[in-house]
Design a binder for this molecule. Sequence first.
Ligand SMILES: NC(=O)c1ccc[n+]([C@@H]2O[C@H](COP(=O)([O-])OP(=O)(O)OC[C@H]3O[C@@H](n4cnc5c(N)ncnc54)[C@H](OP(=O)(O)O)[C@@H]3O)[C@@H](O)[C@H]2O)c1
Length: 333
Amino acid sequence: MNISKVCILGGAGFVGSTLVSKLAARGIHTRIISRHPERHRNLLVLPNVEIVEADVNDFNRLSYYLHGMHAVINLVGILNDNSLDGSGFRKAHTELPKLLVQACQKHNIKRLLQMSVLNADAGTSPSHYLRTKSEGENHLHIFSDKGIQITTFRPSIIFGPGDNFFNRFSKLLKVTPLICPVPRANCRFAPVYVGDVADSMIEHLFNPASNGLRIDLCGPNTYSMMEIMQYTASLMGIKRKFIALPDRLSLAMAHMSDFANSIPLVTPMMNWLIPGFEKARFSVDNYRSLLVDSVCNDSDTQKTAIEDIVPMYISQKHNQRQYDAFRNIVRRD
Ligand SMILES: NC(=O)c1ccc[n+]([C@@H]2O[C@H](COP(=O)([O-])OP(=O)(O)OC[C@H]3O[C@@H](n4cnc5c(N)ncnc54)[C@H](OP(=O)(O)O)[C@@H]3O)[C@@H](O)[C@H]2O)c1
């Protein structure tokens, strides 16, 4: 199968940016569909990249931009849903793959990669996030026997510059001066590097034998939530007393966060006071996702460890801030 033009939904996000730059380096033409193309103009410095504006949930617009493409990669995903009843998760994770597969059929596109998440299981997963991801995945895999080659990727938490994991914790540590409560402190993760995720996706994109596969992706080591928080603080060179929050309190905190978020203007105001507040929000659905460890079997592990990469963006940022503060003190620009 000739694959030289690939359309990527959600391609301007954290994983998408890495994937697009690796595809560009291989001379693949990528068309990113984004709701806000103007925010991602930096990607246009890459060769063979175009960014078009569309709401991917609008079938006609989606279909219009799939015309002429050889493959599609769906990276659209949300961690929080303001509706609280899961309808936002369903729209993004379950309904969108249904539209996408119809649009692929219309344009005779025979290769589709879907980004899901480790532990996604429509029957048993405790959160809307995990269940709806699985529903989308299951729907697509019906078509792997019907002429469209489908491969799904199921990573644990993904790290790398610009991630919403270590960066989120470093923001959190800044606003918890002395004592830092840690919800689900024993929950374990196998963080996987964004570059390894992108490499795996590209390798499978060109491999017809990947049709029908659901590929779990994990990093080489596992860590508890508590260990991750302690590691982040150590990289930032700050001291905090970490306390494992009992589950009842974690859940109460998550309910409070959802309640605050449901009051109009609270989230925009908090975002204004604490930039990135919304992304650092800990919802009830996040809490439920943390009820299961996010780890794979050894056979699914990727090579890069957090210790190889995370210090470069977490400690550097902190060192830069210290340096800026010092420059302010001596009044040098
Ligand atoms: N990061 C992780 O640790 C992790 C772990 C496991 C699985 N995943 C999955 O990997 C995928 C990529 O994650 P990421 O970290 O790169 O996320 P991201 O940076 O938030 O990018 C996802 C992109 O999806 C688009 N999007 C979000 N909500 C949408 C909506 N309601 N309708 C239409 N488009 C929407 C956005 O594109 P525009 O704003 O440009 O329209 C966004 O840039 C997601 O499916 C996620 O669930 C991520």
